[in-house]
Design a protein around this ligand. Structure first.
Ligand code: ATP
Length: 866
């Protein structure tokens, strides 16, 4: 998608210069006895065309260039202004028209290689272009075409015959997308290219058995320049980008480019229109030249006469030049004439062509477009970087995983090793013990045998051992040892099994770890986000619970206190009521819901009395004051209580708290209570008359806590909805206080600010309609418009809806239209009229756009349909 902005549209007439060629050798001889057919008065910019010896017609041109005019001067008056405006971003056309041999190619196409003073317009134009652009940011490319017999030929790549003319239906811009485009980096390469083009033109003409004057040569120079985004150019909007944008955000902002085009056209010799047949050219060729040049003449006639139909489609030449005549380009035409009286007819017709062309008005336009291509390139680089970074991190992760795996394996094999060594040692130890025991038994047996002189007995030590091992006597201890050893062995076997089990588990865990590694990072991110949300929610809930608990507790304390003080003043009279409140307050259903609490407070209000609650606002005890103001705020939330609160002086007390209290909670709750009271029109006036807006503005400046700011903004927003208070509210700083609170950025605060602005805009709109207001909106005066425009498409719908309404209200009055256009509000109105989900706002925006002359002009200029 391409987004094009049209920034400036200026009317510009086609400029026409006439250039006289000096007599050539033939004319010097043949016409030696005759005067020139023209007389030039260059200072007066006049040309006299002789009718006969005594009479002549006089014509005025934008420039009259005599036969002595240098190529430099011709460039400066004919081409330089066009080249300069091409460099500023406008399209430009320079064209030469005239009879064959009168110097069109001399004027436009001379390369001036031997004599630099002879350089023509094409070469000089490129010199100026190349010296003005910045090679790093800008680019120049060129295509060179020939139009012969209604066929477009590519002079840079002769085989290329697929060149169509494309007209942009919206902008009217003409392009030839099939033409070869060659990028130009220096003057040398451009001159080489012109030479190549001329060679191809010559070859093509030879092949077609024609000559140059029968074809039109068209050089197109495309200039593409980067421009700073408008907001960088206009320091006034610097708040939009105060250097805090991240590089990624910056890279998402597409650069802006200006694309312009310089077209230099060397037309075919004009006399062919009349003489083609008589000079023996083929009928087809003559027809073709006739067709294109006479079509051009017809278009110029139609444009000069402001005719509703201009026959651009009659020939390829006129289609190609559509934006040069009556279009968006700055156009300069040089008509070339010869001096010979023999060609007076052709000269006269050339002069008439020039005269008519002078009447053609163009509307030159500056356009910029977002350079999505280069943004894409930039994003691709950014993406490559991110991918590389991601790969690097992935590799680090893999390496780390591998390291942990190796470490785990090492530990496992170490454990296995130490386990088997320990097992081996144990086994060895027990075997040793066992053998020693056997040895001991054998020695005992030997000793016994010796003692009983029974050495010859048949019984062998091994039998003795066996017997003892099987049963009673000294062998029983050995058998115990053996079974102990067995048990130990058994234990070791089990320990080994469990170690093996553990190793297996560790391996499984490693495998598991590998499997989950792919999804691991996204899961962690998700969990992280969930955790953050949960923590935030938990914090809020905890805050709410703490507040409710403290309210509940304090209510019972207050009730106690009130009861005691009432008992002291009117013993027995209200004690039953307070007793019952105390018990109610302690009953669990009080905690159940807001409704239960409200009912409880209402009953407290009934029975304890408002005066008592108000007197607690001045209590010595800060906690008592806090809870008294909370009770009051709860009461003020009920419309039924509001009048009584105000009559009892509650409004003044709340304002006093807002002014004097050093406790943020008290100020917050007092502002909340004021916001509730400010829903009623009478209260609004009372609040204002008691300096409420100044106090609320002070609170808005000093508070940091979003909840306090929300309450303050809510109170001011309600006051903004009162038609009678508009001027006072603004003069006492209400609008600025509202706008100041947007610093907090909390969506709840922004929603209240937006509501206040919408209320204010609605009242103002009513005042305009009733004739009570003229002049710019006070919101604009106080600088609210840029914030409004910036937030008109805020993603939070409560903010967006209020702002959309505010914009529609402000836009309804023509006096605001210019500021709205300048601040970019028009785009938002167009968006609202197209995309807003609420039909009433959508149609309000549409009505507003179509009923304002300023908006309609701007929309037309920007070619936006509404
Ligand atoms: N202002 C001038 N001063 C000196 N010589 C000129 C001037 N203009 C044209 N000539 C010479 O006149 C001859 C014809 O000029 P040129 O080829 O530019 O005419 P042309 O209008 O382009 O003709 P064609 O329509 O046939 O292409 C050339 O030899 C050129 O050098």
């Amino acid at each position: 998608m391409k987004i094009v902005f049209y920034l400036l549209a200026l009317p510009g007439r086609v400029r026409v210069a006439v250039r006289l060629r000096p007599r050539n050798a033939e004319e010097l001889v043949a016409d030696s006895d005759f005067a020139d057919c023209v007389e030039l008065q260059s200072e007066l910019k006049r040309l006299k065309l002789r009718k006969n010896n005594w009479d002549s017609d006089t014509y005025e041109f934008d420039e009259v260039l005599t036969e002595f005019a240098s190529q430099k001067r011709v460039y400066e008056v004919v081409a330089k202004p066009v080249v300069e405006s091409v460099l500023e971003g406008y399209n430009g056309t320079i064209m030469a028209y005239g009879q064959t041999g009168t110097g069109k190619t001399f004027t436009l196409g001379r390369l001036g290689e031997e004599d630099t003073a002879a350089r023509g317009i094409m070469v000089r134009s490129m010199e100026d272009i190349l010296s003005d652009i910045s090679p790093e940011n800008d680019s120049i490319s060129v295509s060179y075409l020939q139009l012969y017999m209604e066929t477009i030929q590519d002079l840079l790549v002769p085989g290329n015959d697929k060149i169509a003319i494309v007209e942009d239906p919206k902008t009217g811009d003409v392009s030839v997308p099939g033409a070869t485009l060659v990028e130009i980096r220096d003057q040398r390469s451009f001159v080489d290219l012109l030479r190549l083009g001329e060679a191809h033109r010559f070859a093509a003409n030879t092949k077609l058995n024609t000559e140059s004057s029968r074809s039109h040569a068209i050089l197109m120079v495309h200039v593409r320049r980067s421009v700073k985004p408008r907001h960088e150019r206009e320091a006034s909007i610097s708040s939009l980008d105060n250097g805090t944008s991240s590089p990624l955000v910056k890279s998402l902002r597409p650069p802006i480019v200006r694309k312009s085009k310089l077209v230099v056209v060397d037309l075919a010799g004009s006399e062919r229109i009349d003489k083609s047949g008589s000079e023996g050219h083929t009928l087809e060729e003559a027809k073709s030249i006739n067709l294109s040049l006479s079509a051009l003449g017809k278009c110029i006639n139609a444009l000069a006469e402001n005719s509703p139909h201009v026959p651009f489609r009659d020939s390829k030449l006129t289609r190609l030049l559509r934006d040069s005549f009556g279009g968006t380009a700055r156009t300069s035409l040089v008509i070339t004439i010869g001096p010979s009286p023999r060609h007076r007819g052709e000269t006269a017709s050339t002069i008439m062509f020039g005269q008519r062309a002078m009447k053609v008005e163009n509307m030159v336009r500056l356009k910029e477009e977002f350079d999505y291509k280069s943004m894409c390139r930039r994003l691709e680089i950014e993406l490559d970087k991110l991918v590389a970074e991601n790969e690097r991190q992935h590799k680090d992760f893999e390496d780390e995983l591998e390291r942990i795996k190796v470490e785990a394996q090492n530990r496992v094999s170490e454990a296995e090793q130490s386990y088997s060594t320990a097992l081996e040692n144990e086994r060895f130890k027990y075997q040793k013990d066992y053998l020693e025991s056997i040895k001991k038994l054998e020695e005992q047996w030997m000793m016994k045998q010796r003692m009983h002189g029974n050495l010859k007995s048949e019984v062998q030590p091994r039998d003795y051992l066996d017997k003892n091992c099987n049963g009673e006597g000294p062998t029983s201890s050995v058998s115990e040892e053996v079974s102990e050893v067995k048990a130990l062995l058994q234990k070791e076997v089990l320990a080994r099994k469990s170690a093996e089990e553990e190793v297996k588990n560790l391996r499984n865990q490693l495998a598991q770890l590998k499997r989950t590694e792919a999804t691991g990072s996204t899961e962690i991110l998700k969990l992280h986000k969930m955790l953050e949300d949960e923590t935030y929610q938990k914090g809020r809930l905890e805050e709410e619970i703490a507040m409710l608990r403290s309210q509940l507790l304090q209510l019972s304390l207050d009730a106690d206190e009130t009861r005691r003080s009432l008992e002291r003043s009117e013993p027995g009279k209200v004690s039953n009521g307070l007793e019952s409140f105390m018990s109610q307050a302690r009953r669990p259903q009080v905690r159940d819901s807001g409704n239960g609490q409200k009912a409880y407070i209402a009953k407290l209000f009934e029975q304890v009395g408002l005066q008592k609650i108000l007197s607690l606002l001045e209590s010595e005890d800060a906690d008592v004051r806090i809870h008294a103001v909370k009770v009051l705020a709860n009461l003020a939330a009920e419309e039924a209580n509001q009048q009584r609160i105000v009559e009892a002086g509650g409004l003044s007390s709340l304002l006093m708290l807002l002014r004097n209290s050093e406790d943020e909670t008290i100020r917050r709750v007092a502002a909340g209570a004021l916001a509730n009271l400010a829903m009623n029109e009478t209260n609004q006036e009372l609040i204002m008359s008691q300096g409420g807006i100044t106090l609320l503005s002070m609170a808005a400046t000093n508070a940091e806590d979003p909840q306090t700011l929300r309450m303050v903004a809510g109170a001011i927003a309600n006051l903004c909805g009162n038609d009678k208070l508009q001027a006072k509210l603004r003069s006492e700083g209400g609008i600025r206080a509202l706008l100041g609170m947007v610093r907090c950025g909390h969506p709840d605060v922004l929603a209240q600010v937006a509501r206040g602005i919408a209320n204010f805009a609605k009242c103002e709109s009513r005042a305009y309609t009733q004739g009570n207001k003229s002049g710019r909106s006070l919101l604009i005066e106080d600088g609210a418009l840029s914030w409004i425009v910036k937030n008109a498409n805020n993603e939070a719908s409560p903010i967006r809806r209020h702002i959309e309404l505010a914009l529609c209200h402000i836009a309804q009055h023509e006096v605001n239209a210019k500021d709205m256009v300048n601040e970019g509000a028009l785009w938002e109105l167009v968006r609202i009229s197209r995309d807003c989900s609420r039909e009433d706002i959508r149609s309000l925006a549409h009505r507003t756009l179509t009923s304002s002359a300023t908006f309609l002009t701007e929309l037309r200029r920007l070619r936006i349909e509404c």
